[in-house]
Design a protein around this ligand. Structure first.
Ligand code: ADP
Length: 485
């Protein structure tokens, strides 16, 4: 696969600064490995402060011209980039599977999903309207402008190597900003391939820069630079807090998308098949490694036994293996640390009375493969209920009284609740709204498309992504008051 990607020009293994493919200045590299086999796919530069400073300078210089492109010109460049991403959907999907491990079908799905942000924001680029506000004096006019903030630092995780980048870079470029991307060191190759396609699409060199290597040095350089006016981040709560504090010194805008703790709730009146299918999708997508994956499935008493049996049977059918193998639904976890986290959470749960219904072991395939696992008797004292397990473990607990749900919600509220997957929420709109933390999905397990908001609430994050409001995250709003127009 690597050879095939190399021949199509998409296996870029250097950073991108000012449109030039660049090694680390001291020649250091880091290995990018295939989590399914442990094979080294490529060595990429281990960059730090100096390379990041140069990437910022190039983004800053390019901002002066890119922000002056007309909205239509920017829109056309983005549309071309979208077309190229779609034209290379299969190769990009293979690259995602190679470095991240998810099944090829899911990976190709991520390319469509990721590319859809570029298409959406290519359209939105043309709709950056200002406002004229009624003045308090008869001979005055107040005009509000919408301007791009400037250089954006985009720091992204490994679980969606393409989509996490496009949903930040799409709106940033559409507004007229330029970007320095720091992808996860675990999955930089997809970011580099997407950047190569951006150059082919005619997005000017320097508008998109990619650096990777020493995360804290790169992060600090972005934070310290007065030329960087915005940090957009998806990742752990701990790193997000650090970035927010660091952004204060130069008063940058900050968007954060942090950890989640999404419940999936199955009421007595649910259609069992729909509930099982929805919960399976909500839990086991990307082997449980997404921030909106159901962290706990709460099942009302009347349907509990039936649901547990049917759900366990469906989980038993999930085929584990290399994401390139036809029919595989569960790839490996991203690394050894991820497996150890799953093991620690299960150890904690069983020591507090949880019962493993299915799985609960490393998979016989070895590496970082883990058996799809179902755990019952889960209570709120367990780590499984309180923090994201980020793995293929479905903790199930029983809901005796529907009115207790609000109590459970209050607990979630205290521990980063973000998202409700309600399979069959027959209550009133008002009832649904009580559950609507970040997102509320009624009878479905897939929360995300480019046109919906990714609502971040409370300490789960500060970010609007993937709809008309997103553009405001990358803009500033000066106004002019004058005596005539
Ligand atoms: P995850 O557990 O999902 O990997 P992290 O927050 O560790 O979450 O990583 C998300 C992104 O943040 C990655 O690109 C990672 O390299 C980057 N990162 C980690 N530590 C820092 C840091 N101190 N400063 C800036 N970026 C960081």
């Amino acid at each position: 696969v690597a050879a095939q990607l190399r021949s199509s020009g998409l296996l870029q293994t250097q950073g991108l600064i000012g449109g030039k493919w660049t090694e680390a200045y001291d020649g250091k590299t880091i290995e990018v490995c295939n989590p399914a086999t442990g094979d080294v796919i490529a060595n990429v530069p281990c960059m730090g402060r100096r390379e990041t400073a140069d990437a910022i300078s190039s983004a800053y210089d390019t901002f002066k011209s890119w922000s002056k492109f007309t909205a239509t010109e920017r829109s056309k460049c983005l549309r071309k980039w979208y077309d190229l991403l779609i034209a290379h959907k299969d190769e990009l999907g293979k690259l995602i599977t190679l470095e991240q491990g998810k099944p090829l079908k899911e990976a190709v799905g991520e390319v469509s999903y990721g590319a859809s942000f570029i298409e959406f924001f290519a359209e939105e680029a043309k709709r950056v309207y200002g406002d004229v506000i009624p003045a308090t004096l008869a001979d005055r006019r107040i005009v509000v402008l919408k301007q791009p903030v400037g250089v954006v630092g985009a720091i992204t995780p490994w679980n969606f190597p393409l989509a996490m980048i496009t949903r930040k870079v799409g709106p940033a470029l559409a507004c007229g900003c330029t970007v320095v991307i720091k992808p996860s060191e675990l999955t930089p190759l997809t970011a580099l391939a997407a950047a190569e396609l951006s150059l082919q699409a005619g997005i000017p060199p320097g508008a998109i820069n990619v650096v990777m290597g020493n995360a804290s040095d790169i992060g600090e350089t972005l934070l310290e630079s007065p030329q960087v006016r915005k940090i957009t981040f998806t990742g752990s709560t701990a790193v997000g807090k650090k970035l927010m504090a660091g952004a204060a010194a130069t008063v940058k805008k900050v968007s954060l998308e942090l950890g989640g703790n999404a419940p999936c709730i199955v009421f007595d009146d649910a259609d069992l098949d729909v509930a099982v299918k929805g919960s399976l999708a909500a839990k086991f997508r990307n082997s449980g490694q997404t921030c909106v994956c159901a962290n706990r499935i709460i099942v009302q008493e009347g349907i509990y036994e039936k649901f547990l049996n049917a759900f366990s049977a469906a989980v038993r059918n999930l085929q584990v293996g290399n994401g390139f193998t036809e029919g595989v639904a569960q790839g490996p976890l991203i690394n050894e640390a991820a497996v150890q986290k799953v093991e620690a959470f299960l150890q904690d749960a069983t020591s507090k009375g949880a019962k493993i219904q299915l799985g609960g072991q490393r998979h016989s395939l070895g590496m970082t493969f883990y058996e799809p696992t179902v755990v019952s008797n889960v209570n709120s004292e367990m780590l499984l209920s309180r923090e994201e397990v980020f793995g293929p473990v479905a903790p199930i607990c029983v809901l005796k009284l529907r009115r207790k749900l609000i109590h459970i919600y209050k607990q979630l509220h205290a521990c980063l609740a973000c998202c409700l997957c309600s399979i069959n929420c027959r209550g009133s709109q008002r009832e649904r709204e009580r559950y609507a933390y970040g997102m509320c999905m009624v009878r479905e397990g897939f929360p995300l498309t480019e046109t919906r908001p990714t609502g971040k609430v409370k300490s789960f994050g500060l970010m609007r992504i993937g709809e008309k409001w997103t553009m405001d995250e990358f803009k500033q709003f000066p106004y002019i008051i004058c005596d005539s127009i």
